[in-house]
Design a binder for this molecule. Structure first.
Ligand code: ATP
Ligand code: MG
Length: 454
């Protein structure tokens, strides 16, 4: 057991809290499964979570002022760098029009009934190590890897429809089998996902994308009719047939690319998930039967941006992911990229360039078997080499607007901007070294003499 739990155990020993703290959820479940234990802890208290949270603060056990939700009887503290959620053992009832429960004190059995799955309702006493299975199903279901709700699934999902997404995640994260009737209940209740906030759905989706089985999760979300409720743009990729180098429809190609990418980088995962989202809207079939998706990367970037904003992703992530979608075609044919194209990539992507290559690599690896795989290793080396000679921040006009005005005697105006762009282009092409003002002046004057400037 990790240091946060040890610390809590030590500090509460001999106090009135001893014996009244129960570990629940992932920490208990994952250890019994022999999986790596989660960093964050969930504790159920026989007693007020709010009072305990305050006690944690006063004794210095918590590193932060507790975040408390008096109406729910829950609180959050931080111990030894880990988040610890505290819950008052409680009984809840839901009003049909809301997810917000009314809470009053109760027992571990009541607490178990309001959890999402039986395997998440196993309790371990922090001090005695006693294991409790109030539902008398949790143990058995964990041994048999059966994912089952404590109540009739229709009721569990009605109370908090986010649990439908959690069912899909736990199924694949833990390699479990849905209990009989579980998936049917999701199909029947799916429309209720509409009452769940975008933020909660987003967080579950990000957790799914963090799994090696993200593709399986997404396929389930599509099959269950859940995906279309919060991401119709993604669901629209299913069944869109493609030509030549593709053996799969746009959706299955995307999932294969996601699998090949692997988890661990949310920006990359989202970019791969969205890289072809513009294809359904841009698909055309030529008279000779050729299927094309002209401009799908540009249209896709716009769709991606809108959807990510709708899901309340942070602005910086939205900007990066939509840039990756827009740029994903630029590196698919590395042999045809000259140095100027590579410098443009360095300028446009900077620190995000490695992600662009990973996205393109995942995309290429999901093409029809036998399609020649672009040499991304060679491309990486060339980019590194070029980037060493000319760091991205030096890829700019060697002369400032003022310097150009002083040189030419022009007043402020569009001509100055055009001259700057022209100089930048020369740098990108490698015709001018970066930062060399003298050569830049000569080149600009020469171009003006010859009338080369647009
Ligand atoms: P992991 O951290 O690996 O995702 P976990 O089971 O710890 O798994 P958390 O989201 O951390 O999942 O939640 C902790 C516990 O709280 C769960 O095990 C479950 O008992 C309960 N829980 C969380 N969210 C819900 C919910 N929406 N409905 C009912 N119970 C929930
Ligand atoms: Mg957890």
């Amino acid at each position: 057991m990790g240091p946060p739990l040890e610390l809590i155990r030590e500090r509460t020993r001999g106090t009135s809290w001893e014996g009244r703290l129960w570990l629940v959820g992932g920490a208990v479940r994952d250890r019994l499964l022999g999986r790596p234990e989660p960093k964050d802890l969930d504790l159920v208290l026989e007693g007020s979570a709010l009072v305990f949270a305050q006690w944690c603060r006063e004794t210095g056990l918590s590193e932060i002022d507790p975040v408390t939700y008096p109406r729910f009887g829950t609180a959050m503290v931080r111990v030894a760098g880990s988040t610890v959620e505290l819950v008052t053992a409680r009984k809840e009832s839901y009003r049909p029009d809301s997810r917000k429960p009314d809470v009053r004190p109760a027992t571990l059995s009541d607490d178990a009934l309001r959890r999402d799955f039986t395997v998440n309702a196993l309790y371990e006493n922090v001090h005695t190590g006693e294991l409790r299975d109030p539902l008398e199903r949790g143990w058995e279901d964990l041994r048999n890897l059966v994912l089952r709700t404590p109540l009739d699934p229709a009721e569990t999902f009605r109370e908090d429809p986010l649990r439908m997404l959690r069912a899909v995640r736990f199924r694949w994260q833990l390699g479990m089998n849905p209990a009989e009737g579980l998936y049917e209940a999701i199909r029947a209740a799916r429309e209720r996902l509409g009452i769940v906030s975008r933020e909660r759905i987003r967080d579950e989706l990000v957790r799914m994308l963090g799994l090696a089985e993200a593709d399986r999760c997404l396929q389930d979300l599509l099959d269950l009719g859940l995906l279309g409720l919060f991401a119709p743009e993604l669901a629209a990729m299913a069944g869109v047939a493609q030509g030549h180098q593709h053996h799969l429809d746009v959706w299955s190609h995307t999932l294969l690319a996601l699998r090949s990418l692997g988890p661990g980088d949310p920006a990359c995962s989202l970019a791969v998930l969205l890289h072809d989202v513009g294809k359904p809207a841009t698909r055309t079939e030529e008279p000779d039967g050729r299927i094309r998706f002209l401009g799908h990367e540009r249209v896709g970037a716009e769709i991606a941006e809108r959807w990510l904003r709708d899901m309340r992703f942070p602005g910086a992530l939205i900007a990066e992911v939509s840039a990756l979608v827009r740029g994903h075609m630029r590196v698919l044919d590395p042999e045809r990229l000259g140095d100027a194209a590579l410098r443009r990539l360095l300028r446009d992507f900077g620190g995000s360039l490695d992600r662009l290559l990973r996205v393109a690599e995942a995309d290429a690896s999901a093409h029809r078997p036998g399609t020649p795989h672009p040499d991304f290793g060679a491309l990486r080396r060339r980019l590194e080499e070029l980037g060493r000679i000319t760091p991205a921040q030096k890829l700019r006009s060697p002369l400032s607007g003022e310097q150009i005005m002083a040189l030419t005697g022009w007043p402020e105006g569009p001509m100055v901007g055009r001259a700057k762009s022209w100089l930048l282009e020369r740098v990108l092409e490698g015709a001018l070294p970066p930062d060399d003002e003298r050569l830049a002046r000569e080149a600009l004057l020469e171009a003006l003499r010859r009338g080369d400037l647009p």
